[in-house]
Design a protein around this ligand. Sequence first.
Ligand code: RB5
Length: 144
Amino acid sequence: MNIIIGSDHGGFELKEICRKFVETRGHCRITDAGTFSEDSMDYPRVAHKVSRAVSEGEYARGILICGTGIGMSVVANRYAGVRACLCHNLFTARLSREHNDANILVMGGRVIGRGIAIEMVDLFLSTPFEGGRHKLRLNLIETD
Ligand code: RB5
């Protein structure tokens, strides 16, 4: 699976941890869209890069991290076909896949710890979409 990850300065530390985790995981290739330091930068720049790449099908999944995760999810969900889910724990990470078919996982680098974040990424990459009634609901997002 091809994955793209990005953060602003508020998510930089957690982004590095998550990227390294995915690199050690089998069957995944991960591209780092930046940022590459803790210097202050504007989160929409990275959010656009990652979201556009997922929207255009260049990557199957994306991961976005800013301080709260809020700004990144606001930008990402403007893109066609992107379902960016701001998750805070294992429950929301699992349900974002099972019910929402999330293709971008968004997290807050100043909100959650590194241990939880790694487990959330693991769930995001391994949990299948349930389909059925949830597929009908996703279709309604696109058509209504
Ligand atoms: C940066 O200070 C912070 O605003 C950003 O990381 C994010 O939380 C925005 O939603």
